[in-house]
Write a protein that binds this ligand. Sequence first.
Ligand SMILES: Cc1cc2nc3c(=O)[nH]c(=O)nc-3n(C[C@H](O)[C@H](O)[C@H](O)COP(=O)(O)OP(=O)(O)OC[C@H]3O[C@@H](n4cnc5c(N)ncnc54)[C@H](O)[C@@H]3O)c2cc1C
Length: 539
Amino acid sequence: MIKRDFDDAAKETFDLIVVGSGIIGAGIAWDAALRGLKTLILEKVDFACGTTSRSSRLIHGGLRYLKRLELGLVRQDLRERDVLLSIAPHLVHPLSFIIPLTSGRPLQRVALPFGLMLYDLLYFRKSLPSHQQLTRRETLDFEPGVEPKGLLGSYLYHDCQVPFAERLCLENVLSAAEHGATILNHAKVTEFLRDGNSVSGVVVQDQISGETYQMRARIVVNATGHWVDSVRDMLGKGSRPMVRRTKGIHLLTPQISRNAVVLFAFADSRLFFVIPWQNYSLIGTTDTDYAGDLDAVEAEANDVTYLLKEVQRIFPNVSSGDIFYTYAGLRALAYSKSRRPEDVSRSHKLVDHEREDGIGGFVSVLGGKITAYRAVAEQTVDMVCHKLSAKPPCTTAEVPLPGAPIVPQQSLEQAANERGLTLDTVSHLASLYGSRFSQVLDILNKNPKGAQHLCPHCQDILAQVQHAVEQEGALTIEDFLLRRSAIGLSPCQGLDALNSVASEMGRLLGWSDAEQQHQVDAYRSQAALGQRFRNAGLA
Ligand SMILES: Cc1cc2nc3c(=O)[nH]c(=O)nc-3n(C[C@H](O)[C@H](O)[C@H](O)COP(=O)(O)OP(=O)(O)OC[C@H]3O[C@@H](n4cnc5c(N)ncnc54)[C@H](O)[C@@H]3O)c2cc1C
């Protein structure tokens, strides 16, 4: 349960303050709390609201990194993929990938078998099957939507998907809280507190009340993703950028493939995906340098045109009219200026500012995929423990996240019968909350109205709003629609459920009519970002 209390937190001296609660900050806080460190998370908006909610939602070794021979990175990520399958089986699932082989790409036909063999060998203890080659006929049976003209066959390999990366992030936060961490979302760090040459804490503004507080800690970790430079610059040490920001976009369309399909763009040979997600397809991504507004990243018409043109070579029936919405996110890659964005390493980097700029008690984390977040967190907390002269071991590779394990089908059927809900609804709840779906259903004991659906075309129910507000720290409509449930990710972007969610949250949080309207307007503006590409007109 997340209990938001700024006054209490301001009375403490923490071992560790983690600034930023994307997957990296959440993972660090979880690890630190499990090791017994007195930990505080400060998140300026909401858990996973940054790049963590804008990814391709894959848990993968990263076939494309083999091109740059980043073998250590791929091995680490393949190992972490297996760890996630074991600690979060309710959120991370195996996914098959097809790489169509087409005529006119001889280099690919030579490089791919070598790359896939390496992918299999790099982590030979893996729990997923090795790759195999499919004939043209087998490919079309397996993936009937693929353009048959010029198709020679394909390769089939396996990685994983985390359909709700937002909830993976949240479960780290929830477990951190259960192990004693203090959690404050909508809490923006605006300044650092200094004690000579060391950081001794931060000034934080509650974004809901507007009040300002001082929070103290022995170590502060800057895990703010693509904001990492602007947070470091609050110390007045902003000479060199630590990260290079590159933008990646995705399109949501009706489902065009059964499996994930790996494509190589004709324009620049970049690898991108068509990924089955829920009953739709996610198409992405791009990789372009970015220098715009860090808080409002959007897909532009040229990004969309690039992806559409490339995907139409293999799926000729997709058109711009099929796009429900787009979303965009920023990578924070450890700084490198000399190469093209796609050539910059995806390895994370820890910056100990004591060594780098002579500022004690301050560490920044650069980069780090969702796939490897646990390993990145482990290394970061090892560094923190070293600074604190503490030696508690990391246990996150063995400790299941709160919603594990997977709920057996029989239990779902029983719950559906007992509660008078459909199996689809209960299964949907289990796909979000794992074994904790029963906590949502328990709300129906006191409030049978909680069984009502939030809109005619989603399986989500009213009780989820109460659960999100009372247990999971949801404070805005956006928190609920985009990061506690997945309603905001559906084709209507949650607009069909907006009014019912607004009035239930208003009731639970005591909003005035004006505040409720403000919340609705804010959500509409957020959703509009995903439609802006249409204004410029597609090529
Ligand atoms: C297009 C795209 C596709 C990707 N696909 C994949 C994929 O399929 N698989 C994969 O493993 N990885 C993928 N990645 C990479 C992955 O998404 C990111 O590396 C990861 O989510 C970064 O997490 P983070 O916690 O570092 O940053 P973020 O998620 O951005 O979190 C940073 C947090 O810091 C907070 N913050 C900022 N400033 C302050 C402040 N002053 N005070 C308090 N809080 C603050 C923000 O609000 C934010 O919540 C993808 C990335 C992109 C861009």
